[in-house]
Design a protein around this ligand. Structure first.
Ligand code: ADP
Length: 298
């Protein structure tokens, strides 16, 4: 699958510019859409699932303009919206069975076997008979991904699926997504949590205030921050100085004062300054704080 986003902009009727001339291209596999609140992720996703029209620009999937192929899109799409909720007294399996019927699986036997296959895949088989609205928050989210997966979608879009989940559930959710990405599907994962972007993402985009700040692989994002992350050992007075002038990422108390990690274009002028290998959190801060409007797309 090839997804092309071309010159996409969205201005809401009240004048809010949620997306500014976004160009992006990616293919099959997992794609991470990362950015803080208000970056424009949900606006982009609402356009991609054809719930909203862009102000200008277009999205093409395998060369097809989505605005002209809405029905086709919906036949290949599995979508987990950000505010996925259900007000239902249906049991867990019944809810999925209903979703399966909506997705067009007419044969009841086939539907039930699909329901149980998916419940097993998301780890909910044991609670299949529990009322869906009595599941825990994490379980509800997993039921959400199961309903997005019914009917074998080729494009799966999940909007901030890990928000509010505890770390165990977040890891579990992430594992479900990475297992999915081993199949021949395209998954778009939107998140404001840097840790959700793992090496299973072949590609990613970083959005900030409606602008594309980076697109490429997570490895490239990290590579671009190389030489810009430093570890310093500081006395309390030096720490006060550094705190005011640098982007401090972490602070650990040590015997002589503080060990801090900072992101900076240039090496801070302290004897103890040493360059360290960046991780994705460092790279994220490097980009967001420096607000590179770069065309570093690889
Ligand atoms: P994210 O999902 O990254 O948090 P959104 O796409 O929800 O970002 O929002 C991007 C910007 O668009 C924000 O400034 C937000 O306030 C604005 N926005 C979102 N939805 C609407 C709307 N329906 N009407 C007006 N402004 C909106």
């Amino acid at each position: 699958m090839k997804i092309e986003i071309r010159g996409l902009s969205k201005i809401y009727p009240n004048g809010n510019r949620a997306l500014k001339d976004i160009d992006l291209e990616f293919g099959t596999g997992m794609f991470g859409l990362l950015g803080p609140n208000g970056a424009g992720k949900s606006s982009l996703i609402r356009i991609m699932v054809t719930l909203m029209k862009p102000t200008s620009g277009m999205v093409l999937i395998d060369g097809k303009d989505l605005q002209k192929h809405r029905r086709w899109l919906r036949s290949i799409l599995g979508y987990l919206p950000q505010d996925f909720r259900f007000f239902t007294s249906l049991r867990t399996w019944e809810f999925l069975d209903y979703a399966g019927a909506l997705a067009g699986i007419k044969n009841r036997k086939k539907r039930i076997s699909e329901v149980d296959r998916l419940l097993n895949q998301v780890g909910l088989l044991e609670v299949r008979d529990r009322q869906a609205n009595k599941l825990s928050g994490g379980m509800k989210r997993r039921l959400g991904i199961a309903q997005a997966l019914i009917g074998d979608p080729k494009l799966i879009i999940v909007d901030e699926p890990t928000t509010g989940l505890d770390p165990d559930e977040r890891i579990r959710f992430r594992n479900i997504l990475s297992q999915l990405s081993q199949h021949d599907v395209t998954i778009i994962l939107s998140t404001h949590i840097v840790g959700d972007i793992s090496s299973t993402c072949q590609g990613m985009a970083l959005l900030n205030r409606g602008e594309l700040v980076f697109s490429g692989s997570p490895e490239n994002l990290v590579r671009n921050a190389e030489g810009h992350v430093f570890r310093l050992n500081l006395s309390p007075a030096e720490y006060e100085f550094v705190k005011e002038r640098y982007n401090v990422i972490s602070t650990i108390p040590v015997e002589t004062g503080w060990e801090v990690q900072v992101v900076s274009d240039n090496r801070p002028e302290f004897d103890s300054s040493e360059t360290i290998i960046p991780n994705i959190e460092h790279a994220y801060v490097y980009y967001m704080e420096h607000k590179l409007h770069a065309d570093i797309s690889e």
